[in-house]
Design a protein around this ligand. Structure first.
Ligand SMILES: C[S@@+](CC[C@H](N)C(=O)[O-])C[C@H]1O[C@@H](n2cnc3c(N)ncnc32)[C@H](O)[C@@H]1O
Length: 372
């Protein structure tokens, strides 16, 4: 009910987002040591046919895959539409190498343009290539990490495979490793990251244990050290996740750190703005695949037009009435969107896809056309 959320709560949510951004900025001004590049492992693309159906690639069309990974979606698009061109962005140098290799394959020569960088670096990259603004017919996002990143111990994302606690998608291109974050962060900041990005109820307890272990151990260097520490604090090995599947108790801690280290939510927010403002022509199509509710909420709020000063509003539209603001222009902007969604309900993988590829189980796909 609209009256259930009070202005004080709204303010609290805004401030939490702002504080996290401030913590993030503190860490992003530091340069870091490069990590070992991962060995390519197979990544099975999620909701691949559905994504391409919604993009409706046309002969002569120009598309951008914002998250190339191992190129499963890009390959399917090019195979479905032989005269289309695709720009392939990824912030991971390993994925970029795969894109470069694919661009040399006979079938794709001259039709795949590899780009190395983050969403936030894309405007500069496109300017260098003289790509005109709003000239793409379709944009595809498949957020999160690839299997190549998750499964390679040396990348430091994995609870199962021990490795250095790194978690940078960019490898040595910049940013700060998760181990460096844990070595320097203050306890309240860490607790906030675990609570907001990991949705971890025991955030304070885990943050306290990490800071205490830091004084005893000096540094938490490996993924197993962190996973064991969290398990010992919580006194359990496994929990049931939202879908009632058993998962390691440190899963939420790892998710929170990964999101923080890669500035993921701000990147997604920026990527959605770019799609609307810089990339798509009017009538161009957007497809976004997300893997947890923090990602999906940002996409959904953008598609609903629920964006304030360039940021997805942390509050759903149904709560944005006169309680929230008396500014008629701001209120009007809440009900206007540049997008028309192409489906009624969010699209999920079917049981057979989940059985074939367990990573697809939490995926959600949203597709929209830019109408203005
Ligand atoms: C789930 S994988 C994509 C898999 C791909 N669709 C495929 O079929 O192989 C996500 C990829 O997006 C990349 N990525 C995530 N955030 C990014 C960002 N902000 N800018 C550029 N690439 C990003 C990751 O490095 C990773 O390779």
């Amino acid at each position: 009910m609209a009256s259930a959320i009070k202005p004080r709560q709204l303010m609290h949510q805004f401030l939490t987002r702002l504080r996290l951004t401030a913590i993030q900025n503190k860490y992003y001004s530091v340069t870091a040591t490069p990590s070992t590049p991962a060995q390519a492992a197979p990544h099975v693309p999620v909701l691949c046919d559905t994504a391409i159906e919604y993009l409706q690639p046309q002969p002569g069309g120009k598309y951008i895959d914002m998250t190339f990974g191992a190129g499963g979606h890009a390959r399917r698009l090019l195979d479905n539409c032989p005269e289309a061109t695709i720009y392939a962005l990824d912030r991971d140098p390993v994925a970029h190498q795969l894109a470069q290799r694919m661009s040399q394959e006979q079938n794709y020569k001259g039709r795949l343009v590899p780009l190395l960088g983050k969403f936030s670096e894309l405007p500069q990259l496109l300017q260098t290539l003289n790509v005109p603004p709003r000239s793409f017919d379709g944009v595809l996002f498949d957020f999160g990490c690839s299997s190549m990143q998750f499964d390679e111990a040396a990348r430091g994302f994995s609870i199962a495979h021990n490795g250095p606690l790194d978690m940078r998608m960019d490898c040595g291109r910049g940013g700060v490793s998760a181990a460096d974050v844990l070595a320097r962060i203050e306890e309240p900041d860490l607790a906030r990251i675990l609570r907001v990005y990991g949705e971890e109820k025991a955030a304070k307890k885990i943050a306290r244990a990490i800071i205490e272990a830091r004084s005893a151990l000096h540094r938490i260097e490996t993924t197993h050290q962190l996973a064991d520490l969290v398990a010992s604090v919580l006194g359990e090995g496994q929990r049931l996740d939202k879908l009632q599947r058993p998962s390691h108790v440190a899963t939420k801690t790892f998710q929170a750190l990964r999101i923080f280290v890669n500035n993921e939510l701000n990147e997604i927010n920026y990527g959605m703005l770019l799609a609307r403002e810089l990339l798509l022509r009017v009538q161009g199509r957007l497809v976004a695949i997300t893997f947890h509710s923090l990602e999906d909420t940002i996409v959904k709020r953008h598609l609903n037009g629920n964006v304030i000063e360039g940021m997805a509003n942390p509050v759903p539209l149904k709560y944005c009435g006169h309680d929230f603001t008396h500014d008629p222009e701001l209120l009007e902007s809440f009900v206007q969107s540049n997008w028309r969604q192409l489906h009624r309900h969010v699209i999920l993988p079917d049981a057979s896809e989940i059985a074939r590829n367990s990573r697809s189980r939490s995926a959600k796909l949203r597709a929209a056309v830019k109408i203005k």
